[in-house]
Design a protein around this ligand. Structure first.
Ligand code: ZN
Ligand code: ZN
Length: 362
């Protein structure tokens, strides 16, 4: 059985239903179709006990043939609501499960109007399956981490005082694109000065220039066969002030302590608390506003979560980020983010860019 067929079988085994359906229309859910079939275009997938059918149209038929196997491909209008409904009714499929987290209210209303189906929402059953990775998926994630490390390594010797955030981000993007990737994992966060305190900053309008004494933060990743790395490193332009040194050292210790402690069997709450308690004891609790980390894979944020609100328990084969941070509005912040594979005994860190000291650039 191929990886894809195995995933489809495990999904159906986890549900009590005649059929599971997933739709990717106008990029509404590229991940579920790719995970279950390998197909990266638009279409609808119908899985039932004895068949897997991909409904797509002429724009994608050849692509679907190349990207998938052990799958029936039907060309038509099956990706739209009417076509999908017809395909389900023709197959006598009545109880139909779908991921409510990935469906629009409009789509559900339109499909419900046509009747004859018992539509059963489940939050996101495929995301649950995706939490633990296969050896093949781990290989892609390791490569995505290595490419990000190498790109940053090449970038930092090129950086000069006076450059702006946008041109530095563009250079980093170019380095990732010219490697063997599908491009960026997400749009590069290259921020300097006070902008380093903005967690999901992207330099678009009026990018700031690199000035001596300012922090410089990169949060970015590479996409390899759909699998995304997510790494953050914080540098200083020229010489750091005392506050930058202190918060860097505190974040580094929190990152290392969490990495030393995480292992299969630990809850997401427990993992988060290791870093959070250390940062709080150092007096920076209020400046660490986000969770410690999140799963990575086909999406840059996916289960399991590592945070005070997490309901997950870590298992061998899960891949998560460890990313404590301390931020001061108007001054800036430090975050150090690594990607790790959870194992029985601990974890394997797959991001390798140096972090032991606050590196000066420019
Ligand atoms: Zn990140
Ligand atoms: Zn992250």
């Amino acid at each position: 059985m191929t990886d894809f067929a195995d995933r489809r079988q495990r999904l159906l085994d986890s549900l009590s239903t005649d059929a599971f359906i997933a739709v990717n229309l106008e990029d509404s859910d590229p991940v579920t179709l790719r995970y279950l079939t390998g197909f990266t275009g638009e279409g609808s997938l119908i899985l039932s006990g004895n068949q897997a059918v991909l409904l797509t149209d002429s724009r994608y038929t050849e692509q679907a043939n190349q990207e998938t196997d052990q799958l029936a491909i039907e060309e038509g209008r099956g990706w739209n609501v009417k076509g999908l409904h017809e395909a389900l009714v023709n197959r006598n499929l009545k109880t139909v499960t779908f991921a409510s987290a990935r469906a629009s209210v409009y789509w559900l209303e339109e499909l419900s109007k046509l009747g004859a189906l018992d539509l059963t929402p489940v939050r996101d059953p495929v995301a649950q399956l995706r939490k633990t990775k296969t050896p093949g998926e781990l290989a892609h994630l390791r490569t995505a981490a290595q490419i990000a490390d190498a790109a940053l390594n090449e970038l930092i010797s090129w950086i000069r005082v006076g450059m702006n955030e946008a041109e530095v981000a563009l250079q980093l993007e170019w380095l990732i694109r010219q490697a063997d990737t599908e491009g960026l994992a997400f749009s590069v966060n290259c921020s300097t000065g006070a902008n380093t305190a903005l967690n999901h900053y992207s330099p678009v309008h009026h990018p700031a220039r690199l000035e001596p004494g300012h922090l410089l933060l990169f949060d970015f990743g590479a996409n390899v066969n759909g699998y995304r790395s997510d790494i953050t490193r914080t540098f200083v332009v020229g010489d750091p002030d005392a506050r930058a040194r202190e918060i860097y050292e505190t974040v580094l210790q929190a990152n290392c302590r969490a990495i030393d402690a995480v292992r299969a069997g630990m809850t997401g709450i427990e993992a988060d608390a290791i870093a959070r308690d250390f940062i709080s004891e150092a007096g920076f609790g209020p400046q660490f506003g986000h969770g410690l980390g999140h799963g990575i894979g086909l999406e840059v944020h996916e289960p399991p979560g590592l945070s005070p609100l997490s309901q997950d328990t870590l298992e061998t084969g899960m891949v998560v980020t460890i990313e404590p941070g301390i931020y001061f509005t108007g001054y800036g912040g430090v975050r150090i983010e690594d990607d790790v594979i959870i194992t029985d005994e601990g974890c394997e860190v797959i991001t390798a860019f140096p972090k032991k000291e606050l590196i000066s650039v420019g």
